[in-house]
Design a binder for this molecule. Structure first.
Ligand code: NAP
Length: 513
């Protein structure tokens, strides 16, 4: 049995007890085991503080960027191996797995480029500064320096590689060492990606550590300079951040959590804009078997367009083939684990209390290339709300699977905005319109409840609302966690301390160059 190891204090740690099995979700075969038993978590944190912090503090932004470029290259060089492990441990098809693996190397590469443009400095000057007196005699300038702590990066099961890479890219560029904790159920590709980076020997001591399995008392040890960067469910986020030491030290916490993202069809949408809506919604429901934080869960459609939209979506969803990614006919893999399947069946039944099934059975299905009764397969599922406004379950229950609900509305931007906001805060909202007056109305009515507004229109060359690109902020208000990741320097600043430098302007200019 393969045992997934942790990488701590500059060496590999293999546990001897407390194992949890890792399973191939297409076959239910046990493929590896994971445990963090025996790790000295105080020593892990100390290693990051005493080795990682000074190593990174001594490097300029450009030099830190070279580390990111090196990691990006390693992931690219081992792409095929990582895709194969993703298929085996997470059930992803090659295109879905590449969303994770290529997304990771692309994000690291983007931040490497940004670092190069920041040059030979390790202080980030923010804005132009302000005069505090009539002349230059007293001046205020904001500047950011690296926090002298460790970033603990806890990730969800659905992005085992991109999940750590997007946090590492920002933290390392900022100057903070990172302790990664991948989700246990899909730890195999995550751990192999780190193994390849360690083998390449490109990082200074203490910059990167990885805990596979539980985190022991690590979180209880975090202090004022550390950062807890969490991605996962809102329930786990609430549990993890409810700690005396985190409150006492005001430890910085960045949470990326659940999101009932909405796709909104505007009343004017026609031609290519309407087609884009159908194509995007089906992709954002079924890519990675709906196990994306940015997946579409609610589909708002004007009542006048409901029949047309429903028929087009059902037609396209009917072409999706669930199955083992090893079978060429498969277009959508299984759910990642047994708990996911149980929760999906339970969640779909809960949604059906307020909606009718339009497509799908609401039950597990057999997948192509799989044995009868084996594998965590669940077909794409579309529901139609009985009442769009009085639908608390549909606006609050995240079913982390290829499941979404149609919500008819009256076509007004105000009504659409109010319905989207009932989700309590989302990562992304996609709209499909060529009417910029309607769009402006929607921005004002619903923009406050989402972190990103994606617009499909006749001329737009869009990539899909589910792609968290490093140039744009990833994170949303309220239920989505209130976090801010990526977005160029937005995400980097979460790992830095802003200092307001107040002095004669000549002194400020001389210190900050
Ligand atoms: P989860 O059950 O909340 O777990 C997330 C992470 O927290 C895992 O690494 C898990 O480790 C860890 N964890 C749980 N309890 C812990 C504890 N007591 N101490 C330390 N770590 C602990 O979420 P999931 O099932 O992996 O992922 C699905 C959820 O993530 C969905 O709700 C989805 O919306 C959300 N998500 C959000 C984003 C975003 O960017 N907003 C992205 C992806 C996913 P173990 O695996 O060892 O339990």
């Amino acid at each position: 049995m393969h045992t997934v190891k942790s990488y701590v204090e500059g060496r590999w740690h293999e546990a001897d007890s407390g194992f949890r099995p890792l399973v191939d979700p297409s076959t239910e075969e046990v493929i590896a085991q994971v445990s963090s038993h025996g790790i000295d978590f105080a020593a892990v944190l100390d290693h990051a503080h005493t080795e990682g912090c000074p190593s990174l503090a001594a490097l300029t932004f450009a030099e830190r960027g070279a580390l990111l470029k090196g990691m990006s290259k390693v992931l690219r060089n081992h792409r095929d191996e990582l895709l194969a492990l993703s298929a085996q441990n997470t059930g992803t098809t090659t295109p879905d797995g590449s969303f994770d693996v290529d997304g990771a190397s692309g994000t690291l590469f983007y931040y490497a480029g940004l670092a190069t443009s920041m040059g030979d400095s390790n202080v980030l000057v923010e804005g132009d500064g302000s005069a505090l007196a009539r002349d230059d005699a007293f001046w205020s300038q904001h500047a950011l320096v690296a926090r002298r702590g460790a970033a603990v990066a806890i990730n969800a099961f659905n992005f085992p590689i991109w999940g750590w890479a997007e946090k590492v890219a920002c933290a390392v560029l900022a100057g903070m060492p990172v302790i990664i904790k991948p989700a246990t159920s899909t730890a195999l590709p995550a751990a192999r990606s780190i193994e390849r980076i360690v083998e390449a020997d490109i990082l200074p001591a203490g910059v990167l550590q990885m805990i596979c399995g539980g985190t022991g008392d690590l979180l209880d040890r975090l202090g004022p300079q550390d950062v807890l960067a969490f991605t996962g469910s809102a329930d786990t986020a609430a549990k993890l951040s409810d700690r005396d030491n985190l409150r006492q030290h005001n430890t910085r916490i960045n949470i990326e959590a659940d999101s009932l993202n909405a796709a909104v069809l505007a009343p004017d949408a026609d031609g290519r804009t309407f087609d884009l809506f159908v194509k995007d919604v089906v992709r954002e429901m079924t890519q990675k078997t709906g196990q994306k934080c940015t997946a579409v869960r609610r589909i708002l459609v004007p009542t006048a367009l409901l029949d047309r939209a429903r028929e087009a979506l059902v037609d396209r969803l009917g072409a999706v083939v669930p199955g083992n990614p090893a079978d060429e006919a498969t277009t959508m893999g299984p759910l990642a684990n047994a708990d996911q399947l149980d929760d999906t069946v339970r969640g779909t039944a809960e949604l059906r209390a307020q909606a009718e099934l339009v497509h799908g059975s609401g039950e597990r299905v057999d997948g192509v290339g799989g044995d009868a009764g084996k594998g965590y397969f669940f077909g794409p599922t579309l529901l139609l709300a009985n009442d769009s406004y009085d639908a608390d379950v549909i606006h609050s229950r995240e079913v982390f699977a290829p499941v979404a609900t149609l919500l008819p509305y009256d076509g007004s931007a105000d009504h659409a905005g109010a319905l989207v906001a009932k989700g309590g805060g989302t990562l992304v909202t996609s709209t499909y319109t060529d009417d910029t007056d309607w769009l402006r109305g929607f921005l004002l009515a619903g923009g406050h409840s989402t972190g990103r507004l994606y617009v499909g229109s006749q001329e737009a060359k869009v990539l899909g609302s589910g792609v968290a690109l490093p140039q744009s902020q990833h994170g949303g208000p309220g239920r989505a966690g209130g976090g801010e990741e990526l977005g160029g320097m937005v995400g980097v600043k979460r790992y830095m301390q802003r200092v307001a430098l107040q002095a004669h302007k000549g002194v400020v200019d001389s210190v900050l160059g």
